[in-house]
Design a protein around this ligand. Structure first.
Ligand code: WTA
Length: 639
């Protein structure tokens, strides 16, 4: 018997020990006892990090939607699977039962088939947080199509890059979306994106805001009439364990976004098992994760993990500030939320608005609180603990990544004593190590290093779509035989981990990963700009904000810097999306470069943070003389 549901600390240690001493037996027991297989595996695990190649449950056959939906029909067909809370608090919430979800997913899957989508085809989903988003994800999985969800805050240019990279045959979108008091013309953004995509045959349009939109003849089709024509039964495609389930793009230090590819069986087993334990889900709980399904958190802990456990998962369409800053707490009270999982940036933003919004709501249903996406600072942690959890609901600070598929380092509530700012201990099956710059493992406690993982886990991404070499270079080349996370971490005297932040050039703004390259490319498109470099600097709500260093072309003309700042941010909004706007822009005459021409961001980061105490060694620079100039300018005119 596996200890599927860990209930106290000794049990955690016992389970953890088993998971590292005999990983195959450990995962095999969990897989056998808790899932529905059409055929069992021949081999639990084969792996080789030098290639890198990882296979879990090879030979097994299954469909993840049978695990997330069909198998619950007999025991909990009338239980709410998805509880949808609309943007507008006046609009009634919608409860979709497992039976209803089954029907809707099957119908949607039949529509996909009727439009020629087959196993292995890529489908891009660009939707707001409405039930059709979860349903279309599951409909793809039902027929073995590979979904690629793109967060509906990305610009047309960012969307086009992602559609083209994985050659999606179809885009699923809506006529528009509600976001607080605003509406956004999603279909217009798709139309613009598709001007530079030739791979898309059809655009399936969900009606959400009833706006008058243009429909391109032969390409664009409304979803609703098609749903009326198809059957509500759709046989699940039987997939191999290692068949692709989805692609999800994440930013890298350089170059275009990386399409992380996740496969079926391992992802299912790991997200389900982590969901059960990290949120200690019990049968009648109402669980709410505030993330968007456009990010990995939404994939794993709004859709797949909760549904695989037959849970009730809340989907919220709106924003925390609409109609006022009490919206989250109003929803907690209204739906009697038991587990609440959000991002540190949201906690900081809400804390700033004062306790009035919190105190007017009954939060007594809450049992467990979670955070994800970036380090949580001590002040925000305590605010969350004192005012939301009332010091009785453990906070699970969960560290993980798009690449890892599921939660990796986390407390198990009611088992692991929590410690502010610490993600604490590895989840069963996860073997973290800290490495120094020379590639040696740093043993012992009270040490800091680069966080790596030395053994495969079931939900790790298997490759970068279309670029296995980049996958190898990015994650498996820094340290021999280890997966390198890109994060730094500290291990305290009892072995708890605290994530200290990225050690590469990825910048996390409000919990969103941003790569420098696409933003710099956008800035450089401004006709007055010669070159640019962006770095992150500390921000008390967003965690980090973006600081741009911009070199203007020497045209002899002088330009108004405030106007240029606006224009640059406008281009970034168009090319990448509003989340990538710069908070500060410094016009500069030079950028520090290494002899090979690489920008020395370390120095720029220090100047942006106004931390001039130790700029480090500048002697290896090609142009050390520019540094003082940049410091002087920073003092004069940065907005
Ligand atoms: C950061 C989100 C500190 C980290 C699931 C990681 C965190 C990146 C935490 C992945 C945490 C995520 N504490 N930092 N609890 N969780 N991060 O791919 O830098 O959007 O590498 O996945 O977010 O972000 P991603």
């Amino acid at each position: 018997m596996s200890n599927y549901h860990i209930k106290h600390l000794e049990e955690y240690f016992q389970v953890y020990r088993k998971s590292v001493e005999n990983p195959e037996m450990f995962w095999e027991e969990i897989a056998e006892e808790h899932f529905l297989w059409r055929k069992k595996w021949n081999n639990v695990l084969s792996w080789d990090f030098t290639k890198p190649e990882v296979k879990w449950f090879e030979g097994a056959k299954l469909n993840i939607t049978e695990n997330c939906i069909d198998r619950h029909l007999v025991t909990k067909g009338d239980k709410t699977a998805i509880l949808f809370e609309p943007n507008n608090p006046e609009e009634p919430a919608q409860k979709i039962t497992y039976k209803e979800l089954h029907k809707q997913v099957n119908k949607f899957a039949n529509v996909l088939k009727s439009k020629g989508i087959e196993k292995g085809d890529r489908v891009c989903i660009y939707l707001p947080m409405i039930p059709e988003l979860a349903i279309s994800v599951l409909a793809c999985a039902r027929i073995g199509a590979i979904h690629s969800v793109v967060f509906a805050g990305f610009s047309s240019n960012a969307l086009a890059t992602r559609i083209n990279d994985s050659e999606c045959k179809m885009v699923i979108t809506s006529d528009g979306s509600y976001r607080g008091a605003k509406t956004i013309d999603l279909k217009g953004i798709v139309d613009e994106a598709l001007e530079s995509c030739t791979c898309v045959d059809n655009v399936l349009v969900v009606k959400r805001i009833n706006s008058a939109i243009a429909m391109k003849e032969g390409r664009d089709v409304w979803l609703t009439p098609l749903l009326d024509e198809v059957s509500s039964e759709c046989e699940a495609e039987i997939m191999d364990a290692e068949d692709p389930l989805f692609i999800l793009y994440t930013s890298g230090s350089t170059g275009k976004p990386k399409g992380m590819l996740h496969t079926t069986a391992g992802y299912m087993v790991y997200t389900a098992y982590t969901f059960k334990n990290v949120f200690q889900y019990t049968e009648d709980d109402i669980y709410w994760c505030t993330a968007d399904i456009g990010w990995i958190t939404g994939h794993s802990y709004i859709v797949y993990g909760p549904l695989a456990n037959g849970a009730t998962t809340v989907m919220f369409e709106g924003v925390p500030s609409y109609p006022d800053f009490g919206r989250f707490w109003e929803i907690v009270e209204k739906h009697k939320i038991n587990q609440f999982y959000t991002a540190p940036t949201a906690i900081r933003a809400l804390a700033k608005e004062g306790l009035g919004y919190v105190e007017s709501h009954d939060l007594s249903s809450l049992k467990i609180l979670g955070t994800v996406g970036e380090p949580i600072n001590e002040e925000a942690w305590h605010w969350y603990d004192d005012n939301i959890g009332k010091r009785k609901s453990p906070i699970v600070d969960t560290w993980w990544q798009t690449e890892t598929g599921g939660i990796m380092i986390t407390p198990i509530p009611f088992s692991t004593p929590t410690k502010p700012t610490y993600a604490t201990l590895p989840f069963p099956g996860i073997q973290p190590v800290l490495m120094d710059a020379e590639g040696n493992e740093i043993k012992g406690n009270q040490v800091e290093g680069r966080l790596s993982i030395k053994f495969p886990w079931p939900s790790m991404a298997r490759t970068i779509w279309g670029n296995h070499q980049r996958y190898k270079d990015t994650y498996f080349s820094a340290f021999e035989n280890k997966y390198f996370t890109g994060d730094g971490a500290f291990r305290d005297e009892v072995g708890y981990y605290r994530i200290t932040g990225r050690v590469d050039d990825v910048i996390i703004v409000s919990g969103h990963n941003l790569g420098t390259a696409p933003i710099e490319d956008a800035i450089n498109e401004h006709p007055a700009v010669a070159e640019s470099a962006i770095v992150g600097f500390p921000h008390n709500i967003k965690g980090n904000a973006l600081y741009g260093y911009v070199i203007l072309k020497d045209t002899g003309e002088s330009r108004n810097h405030d106007n240029l700042r606006k224009e640059i941010n406008q281009i970034i909004t168009e090319q990448v999306g509003p989340i990538a706007k710069l908070d500060k822009i410094q016009f500069t005459k030079g950028l520090p470069k290494t002899r090979s021409g690489k920008i020395m961001r370390r120095i720029l980061r220090k100047i942006a943070a106004n931390d001039l105490s130790n700029l480090g060694d500048t002697s290896t620079l090609l142009n050390p003389e520019v540094v003082q100039g940049i410091i002087d300018e920073a003092l004069l005119e940065v907005k």
